[in-house]
Design a protein around this ligand. Structure first.
Ligand code: ADP
Length: 537
């Protein structure tokens, strides 16, 4: 099902079946593969672009907010310093009031309530110096030592630090702390820290990220859907072409691909149909030719029957009187007799095989005990076996050995197999085994004679094929015996198989279904036989 898009059924509720289903879809559906690859690749591209956009917008937002914060804090510090410088406070209360008004000026100018003032350490103790104070609440710890050290050391400059503030409710948010120095009259230098929240920038960024995420997902879905539709347009005609060629390959020569339009698919359809047309006509021609040949063989065989019968009768007369002929003429009469006999056999086989070719063979199945049938055949051939010094044995372990077969044909198969085994058995025993299982019955004919090579085995059922044409033949086969036997086996819906090895003999196994019309799925007898190396019995 390479291109038909046929995917195995899946139970969507059981997620365990998903991986298998997806793997099967990946293998079997071009459409699924294309859509998956497109979605994954465009997904990666969208994630990269989204991450870059989000990072650069985040950075830009931070930088612009930082610039604003630094400007604000600079302005606030300057205005506070102005207030401090223009004051002539000298005692503790005045300095404290001055510090209060400076810090509220900072608060107003910087629009931030997070302010901290710490007296720079290392100055002479002062009795008028106001107390350090911090309005950072829980976030006072956010002012790092590094920032403090920088502010303490370089009084005139502005320093900043990126931090995370904590709300009263414990929630965290990003911010910036800017540090600088203030000079209080009489009291000395103070570190000033102003905290700015970056909540706005953060929420702008997260809104942007959310928008990017949603639009990215929507884009991926859209790309998937569009690819699905586009690939469908392309794949559907290819699938039709694939299905059609499958049907054509399985013998349905009438199928064609619908030809629509002028595009490349239409060209494919036209060339495919052209190919199918020429294939069909050539096959038709060959079939006709083969039919003519079959009819010819059948006609010739029929035509030869009558003259042959006459020759046979005349030959029999001569054969019966051969004793009165001069020796040379007597031998000729004998020769004529045996050759006419062979001719008759050959003609009978030819007629039989041409009946198979014409499809006019019908079975006459009847319940038959195959052990009895095998016994019968063996008894009939025992004297032939003995003439060659061959012992014919029957092994039938029992069980249900009845089957619905055409006994005449099975008998013929057995006669042929046993005849061959005697012919090529080199005087060693020939074992006929019969066994059965639930659905089928098998008969194996095993000899321990010459055997055949692998190449010979592949030709053994070919018509008129003989392993070694120069071999001495005593039974006078026609070379059609096994071809007919195989046709007999398949007419029963069964098998005729062979195992053979040079020097180790051969084993022919016939397996037929018990009930006419059934098919054979397994044979009750082993092949290769389990007695390679010598007979067990
Ligand atoms: P025939 O026996 O009339 O020649 P078959 O179709 O029965 O024709 O057999 C074809 C050939 O297969 C035989 O000529 C022989 O060479 C080979 N063959 C068949 N049975 C055996 C066997 N049991 N051992 C060795 N060779 C065999």
């Amino acid at each position: 099902m390479a291109t038909s898009g046929g995917q195995s059924r899946v139970d969507w509720r059981s997620w365990r079946s998903w991986p298998g289903f997806l793997a099967a879809s990946w293998r079997s559906s071009l459409q699924f593969r294309t859509v998956t690859i497109t979605v994954v690749l465009s997904g990666i591209a969208i994630v990269l672009v989204g991450a870059y956009t989000s990072a650069s917008v985040g950075n830009d937002l931070f930088q612009s907010r930082l610039g604003q914060v630094l400007l604000d804090s600079n302005r606030a510090t300057a205005s506070a310093q102005g207030i401090l410088d223009s004051s002539d406070a000298i005692d503790r209360v005045q300095v404290q009031a001055l510090q209060d008004s400076a810090s509220s000026a900072i608060s107003t100018a910087s629009s931030s309530s997070m302010i901290a003032l710490f007296r720079v350490p290392g100055q002479d103790p002062s009795t008028v110096a106001p107390q350090d104070f911090s309005k950072f609440g829980d976030s006072t710890g956010a002012i790092s030592l590094d920032l403090q050290a920088a502010v303490q050391e370089h009084g005139g400059d502005q320093y900043w630090q990126s931090v995370t503030f904590q709300d009263d409710d414990g929630s965290e948010y990003p911010g910036v702390i800017v540090g600088s120095q203030l000079r209080l009259p009489v009291a000395g230098r103070y570190e000033l820290y102003i905290g700015y929240s970056l909540r706005d920038a953060e929420s702008t960024l997260s809104f942007l990220q959310q928008t990017l995420l949603i639009s990215g997902l929507a884009l991926i879905l859209l790309i998937g859907a569009v690819t699905w539709i586009v690939v469908r347009f392309v794949v559907t005609p290819i699938r039709v072409a694939a299905e059609t060629s499958q049907k054509l390959a399985s013998g349905d020569l009438e199928v064609r691909i619908p030809e629509k339009g002028e595009d490349v698919i239409a060209t494919l359809a036209r060339s495919f149909n052209g190919m199918a047309d020429s294939l069909q006509s050539q096959i038709k021609e060959l079939a006709e030719l083969s039919e003519v040949q079959q009819r010819f063989v059948s006609d010739v065989s029929h035509e030869l029957r009558t003259p042959l019968t006459t020759i046979r009768l005349a030959g029999d007369v001569l054969f019966d009187q051969r004793a009165v002929f001069p020796p040379a003429a007597g031998r000729t009469a004998e020769l004529l007799h045996t050759q006419v006999e062979r001719f008759e056999l050959l003609l009978a086989d030819l007629l039989e095989i041409s009946r198979y070719d014409a499809g006019s063979v019908s079975l006459d199945p009847e319940p038959t005990n195959l052990v009895h049938l095998a016994e019968d055949v063996i008894d009939g051939m025992r004297s032939l076996g003995e003439s060659k010094g061959i012992d014919l044995r029957l092994v039938a372990p029992g069980g249900h050995l009845n089957a619905e077969v055409d006994p005449r044909r099975i008998r013929r198969v057995l006669q042929n197999l046993i005849g061959n085994a005697i012919e090529h058995g080199e005087g060693k025993p020939v074992v006929v085994s019969v066994d059965s299982n639930q659905n089928s019955v098998a008969i194996a004919v095993r000899d321990y004679g010459l055997g055949m090579s692998q190449t010979e085995v592949t030709h053994v059922f070919d018509r008129f094929w003989r392993a070694d044409p120069s071999r001495q033949r005593t039974i006078g086969g026609t070379g059609l015996g096994l071809a007919i036997s195989r046709e007999d086996a398949s007419a029963h819906g069964g098998w005729l198989q062979v195992w053979s090895s040079p020097g180790e003999g051969s084993c022919f196994r016939l397996t037929v279904p018990r009930r006419a019309g059934d098919a054979v799925t397994a044979s009750p007898l082993p092949l290769p036989p389990d007695d390679i190396g010598g007979p067990h019995v």
